[in-house]
Design a protein around this ligand. Structure first.
Ligand code: SAH
Ligand code: SF4
Length: 367
């Protein structure tokens, strides 16, 4: 399903700088105005055309009539008790809702963006998967989330008195780990990445944008062939085909051996290491033997494992691995297989930090 027709208005956040320049050329407007508009969008983060006083009135009138800025009103904003995470439920033009998260861990500011409304992949433990798929996001809807976070950072910098820990005021890291499967929406997501990376705009470095996939093999191979300048994270969760199928139904379509072959191709062609995500579920994929199986699977590859204790969701009975079992899992990976790993901090758990959980809880607003 496509987003509703917004009267054929051009979504400005969906244009690269050269596409914006072409639009102004078609309109017979001076290139200097396109450059000024770009700066208003990404350097000043102007929320409305009225906040762009250096553009002549006739240019602003045309923009107001034929383009749109995608304001993404906040339906709900929730802070974790430690103040390190703020989670936004944002409203799209068709009233659908997505989650965008601002994280300030370990001195880094990171925006976690959604790529779809819902998700078609159906991972059993995931709140977004339990919701099902509604539609892809457009490039503009992905970029507008980053702009929203960049604005929030700027306004929190100007009201530091609230005691929120500061980790810089510029957005430097983006992860596509919110709602949706980014490689199921490849063109829109990669177009958005091009806009986010523009050095004269939000200027995110390619190695600070991480795209997380459930293992869409054709998408991984395409990223490799196109040598896209982004980091890749692959959600593994299990190191044998039967165990993986139980958690990640699309493993039937893209079996583990094909996935690992695609990952090898990706690393060979790009020279990049891959992050492997492993949601730790007690009694299901957290035993020392399972740590050894993943160790053997990834041995010799350019890999880092991100261990994520499960965030419990309504539609799945599993519980998170205990911290001690997570540490043993981590130690086996490192000591027996020289595989580096991190255990994701469970800060923000009190605001249902798992992807899709806020939107699920807020279903009443949607209907
Ligand atoms: N669709 C992509 C990106 C979004 S999900 C993917 O699956 O990779 C981002 C990460 O959060 C994935 O690794 C996913 O497995 C994990 N995740 C989803 N629900 C979770 C939950 N309830 N607890 C812990 N991790 C979860
Ligand atoms: Fe989709 Fe990722 Fe959730 Fe799986 S974990 S259902 S791929 S959002």
């Amino acid at each position: 399903m496509q987003p509703p027709d917004a009267g054929h208005r051009v979504p400005l956040y969906g244009l690269t700088r050269s596409e914006l320049t072409e639009l102004f050329q078609r309109w017979g407007l001076a290139q200097a105005h396109a450059g000024r508009l770009w700066n208003y969008l990404y350097l000043e983060l102007a929320p409305t055309f009225d906040a762009m006083p250096e553009l002549p009135d006739r240019v602003r009138a045309r923009l107001a009539a034929e383009t749109e800025l995608l304001p993404l009103p906040v339906a709900q904003a929730t802070d974790s008790s430690d103040g390190f995470t703020r989670k936004y439920l944002l409203t799209l033009a068709d009233q659908k809702q997505i989650e965008t998260v601002l994280m300030r861990f370990t001195g880094r500011v990171t925006a976690c963006l959604s790529s779809q409304v819902g998700c078609a992949m159906g991972c059993v433990f995931c709140a977004t998967g339990q919701m099902g798929y509604t539609r892809h996001l457009t490039p503009a809807e992905v970029v507008a989330q980053a702009v929203h976070v960049a604005r929030a950072l700027r306004s929190s910098a100007s009201s530091q008195s609230q005691g929120v820990p500061s980790a810089g005021t510029r957005l430097r890291n983006v992860v596509l780990m919110g709602m949706g499967e980014p490689l199921h929406n490849y063109d829109a997501v990669l177009h958005a990445v091009d806009i986010l990376r523009d050095p004269g705009g939000l200027a995110l470095a390619g190695d600070r944008i991480t795209l997380s996939t459930v293992g869409v093999v054709p998408g991984i191979l395409r990223l490799a062939a196109e040598r896209r300048s982004v980091n890749l994270a692959v959600s593994l969760h299990a190191a044998t085909q039967p165990e993986r199928m139980a958690l990640v139904p699309v493993a039937r379509t893209w079996p583990l051996d094909q996935l690992m072959a695609a990952c090898r191709t990706y690393s060979e062609q790009t020279g990049r290491r891959i992050f492997y995500e492993w949601t730790l579920i007690e009694g299901q994929n957290d035993s020392p033997e399972q740590a050894r199986t993943v160790g053997r699977l990834l041995r010799g590859m350019a890999a880092q494992v991100n261990l994520i204790p499960l965030n419990p969701t309504g539609g799945f009975a599993g519980i998170p691995t205990r911290p001690e079992a997570a540490r043993i899992f981590q130690r086996i990976l490192f000591e027996e297989f020289e595989l580096p790993s991190t255990i994701r901090q469970r800060r923000g758990i009190d605001i249902a930090a798992g992807c899709g959980q806020l939107a699920t809880a807020d279903k009443s607003v949607e209907s």
